[in-house]
Design a protein around this ligand. Structure first.
Ligand SMILES: *Cc1c(COP(=O)(O)O)cnc(C)c1O
Length: 334
């Protein structure tokens, strides 16, 4: 099967870069949702701990259970709040408050403009009352920015609205609340030294989808995808390869099958603009469920080592390309 190399040095390098902005390891919440953006949940939890991080962010309680041994605190983004000593749970709506278990630790998400999740600013007072009535422990208040990675002033508009939210919370007498609203892109754009926690996802894995102007930190890709050779053959001029015989050999050539396909989460893309690997080899013909064909006889081939440029070739973003990689693909740390 294809395999993934995780470059520990680059991961630590990226974390160190963000550390220069936050000033403390405690204020970096490493986002490990969706199998740590395809890097491997438990593996990245281990490495995060080794670096000295203490906080993580995941989507499900299940993910949280797997990584509990590695962190002091875990924020769960998308699941009903229950009593747990390590986890806090995001309240995305008034309904979430009514469903939450009494005594659970919660973080209220407020919609400051993205209109995806979170209670609206108009609902803030009701929400706070309900949280008190239900006996929930409010640990944090958070929001998410819709345009942090675009060149616009929308980020600042949302940050202002979040300041208003803070003042309402304080007015209602809540104390020791942590406020957080920074993802990777926001952390690259704004100073982080006053943030109690940044929610660091894609940046830790080495990418920023921001215009170059905002690439204020040097980040290095952590993940590379590799495939192993299965079989080699010689094609005569005019012979065609794979399903539909989409690729025709223009001359005699030696090609090999490699063990990667859409069953591994590699995108099938289209036959007419073949993906070109990190080593400059175009995929020949159609991607099968488990195989691709390349003009090479090398035992191992690096498919991509930069998800940003690979994503561009496949007309998607680094996030999608990486999170699709099947969780059964072996991850090795180098
Ligand atoms: C995924 C996620 C993040 C991390 O975003 P990046 O752009 O990967 O840094 C932060 N906050 C929330 C609420 C998220 O869902």
């Amino acid at each position: 099967m294809a395999f993934i190399k995780i470059n520990k040095e680059n991961f630590f390098h990226n974390l160190s870069q963000f550390l220069t902005k936050t000033g403390s390891k405690e204020s970096i919440g490493i986002v490990l949702k969706d199998n740590a953006y395809g890097h491997g949940l438990e593996l990245m939890a281990q490495l995060s701990k080794e670096f000295g991080l203490t906080q993580a962010v995941v989507r499900t309680f299940n993910e949280a259970q797997i990584i509990k041994p590695y962190f002091k605190h875990i924020l769960v983004l998308g699941e009903r709040a229950i009593c747990d000593t390590v986890c806090s749970f995001t309240l995305n709506s008034l309904e979430d408050i009514s469903k939450a278990e009494k005594g659970s630790i919660v973080e209220l998400k407020v919609d400051t403009g993205m209109h995806r999740n979170g209670i609206s600013m108009d609902e803030l007072e009701i929400a706070l009352k309900e949280i008190k009535n239900k006996g929930l422990i409010l640990k944090g208040v958070m929001t998410h920015n819709r345009s942090a990675d675009e060149l616009s002033s929308e980020l600042f508009w949302q940050q202002k609205r979040f300041e208003i939210v803070k003042s309402v919370i304080i007015l209602h007498g809540f104390k020791n609340i942590r406020y957080h609203s920074f993802n990777s892109a926001t952390s690259l754009r704004l100073p982080c030294n006053h943030q109690e926690m940044i929610r660091l996802g894609i940046g830790a894995y080495g990418y920023s989808e921001l215009p170059t102007l905002y690439k204020t930190l040097k980040l290095k890709p952590v993940l590379s995808l590799w495939a192993k050779k299965v079989a080699t053959r010689t094609l005569k001029k005019g012979e065609r390869v794979g399903y539909g015989g989409q690729f025709e050999a223009p001359k005699e050539m030696t090609v090999s099958t490699y063990d990667l396909g859409y069953g591994d989460g590699w995108m099938r893309s289209n036959d007419f603009e073949p993906f070109v690997t990190a080593e400059g080899l175009p995929l020949l013909g159609r991607v099968s469920m488990d195989y691709i064909i390349l003009e090479s006889t090398k035992e191992e081939i690096c498919i991509f080592d930069d998800a940003l440029s690979a994503g561009k070739q496949l007309k998607t973003i680094s996030y999608e390309l990486m999170t699709q990689l099947h969780k059964d693909i072996k991850r090795v740390v180098i």
